[in-house]
Design a protein. Sequence first.
Length: 331
Amino acid sequence: MKERYEAIDSLRMIACIGIMMMHLRANNNYEITGYFYNTVIPSFTNFVFLFMTVSAFGMCCGYYEKVMKQTISLSDFYAKRFKKILPFFGVLVLIDVVLSPSRAALYEAFADLTLLFGFLPNAGNISVIGVGWFLGLVFVFYLCFPFFCVLLANKKRAWISFAVSLLYNFVCAEYFEVGRSNILYSACFFLTGGLIYLYRKELAKLSPYIAVMLAAVSIVAYYLIGGYAMTCLLVSACLLICAVVVRGGVLENRITRFFSNISMEIYLSHMVLFRVIERLGLNTRFGNGWPQYLITVALVLAATVIFAVVMKKVIYVAESKIPALVAAKSK
C-alpha cells in the first residue's frame, strides 16, 4: 500500500501557486516596489527544485518497494506515466500551436507530444508550453526511475550517489554550461527526495518543533546567502522533512489536498490562460499597482483551477467511453 504523507500536499500547493505568481510578475510591467515584490516573488522560480524533491519522494512511496522486489510490470509502469501526463499536456500543446502557429511551433509540438524532449540538450529553450521543460525533466526521471531505485538500494550506496550528484551539479554549471532542465544537474534534488524516503522512519521521530525550526532557518539562510543550487537544495530538503515530520494541523486539509491533486495542471496551464486574460486586457484594467497584480493572480488562478478540473473530467470521460465504443464497433 502506498504510504501517504498528507502534509506534502501543502508543499505542492505552495509551489505551484508561487511559480504562477513569479511568472505573472515577470510578464507584467506593474509599478510596484518593495522587498517582497522585487526579491521574494522572483525567488519563487526555485520552487521547481522543491517539486523535484517532492516528486522523487512521492515516487519512492509508491513504487520503490515494488521495483526493488520486482513485483511491478515496467510496461504497466511506463504506460501509467504516459497516460497520466500526455492527455492534459497534449491539449495544452495543441492550444498553444493554434494560438501561435509556425513551423518552429510544429517541430516543438512534436517533441512535446513524445514527452521525450527532456533528453534534448536545449529542452529549456522550447517555447511551446515553455514551462513544460520541467515536465520533460520529470519524465526523464520517470524513465530512469528503476536505475534510481538501484542507486538507493542501501544507504551507503545512496550517499555515494548523492555525493556524485553534487559534483555533477557543480561540473554541469561550471564546465558543461547546462542548468536545471538537465537531469544530471538536477539529480541531486531527486536523490535528496530519495534519501529522505530512506530515512523517513528515523525522521518521523524528530520533534515537529525542530523540523519547523530547521525549515525556517533554511529559508532565512536562502535569502541571506542567495538562491544558489546548494541553498535551494537545503530549503527543499528541510521543507520536505518538515512535511514528513509534522502530521495533521494546518498542513493537512481539503484545500491543500484539492490543489495538490491539480498542482501539475496549474503549473502547465497557467501561462496559456494568462495570455487569454492578457488579450482581454484584464491584467491592466485596474491600474498597475498591488490591487491589479493581486486581481491578475486571482483571475489566473481561478481560470487554471476551472480549466484543470473540467479538462481532467473530460479526459476521464473520454478514456472511459472511447474504449467501450471501439469495442462495440468491433463486434
